[in-house]
Design a protein around this ligand. Structure first.
Ligand SMILES: [Zn+2]
Length: 93
């Protein structure tokens, strides 16, 4: 009996189940469109200390004074830039 991926059965040895899970993880990891980030809390070490960003792709708010005044800041821009790089599809796809 073949198990559904991600649903280990007692008939399947743990090593085999883990191997299937790792294969599935590798497949998911290169398909960013499958992931929906609802809300993230990100702490950034700044030149002056630490700030906290809350939000998701394209929609961040920050605890810094600059954000309070301008509704954007270097921290929000930085996390957006970082995530764009992380979620850009590799050139080999
Ligand atoms: Zn900020």
């Amino acid at each position: 009996m073949k198990s559904q991926l991600g649903e280990p059965t007692h008939e399947q040895p743990i090593e085999m189940a883990l191997q299937e899970a790792e294969e599935e993880a590798r497949r998911y990891a290169v398909m960013p469109a499958r992931f929906t980030f609802i809300c993230m809390e990100v702490h950034i070490k700044t030149d002056d200390g630490q700030e906290m960003l809350i939000g998701s792709l394209g929609d961040w708010s920050c605890t810094c004074r600059f954000y309070e005044e301008w509704n954007t800041c270097s921290h929000a821009m930085a996390i957006e830039s970082l995530l764009k790089r992380v979620f850009s599809p590799p050139s080999y796809l």
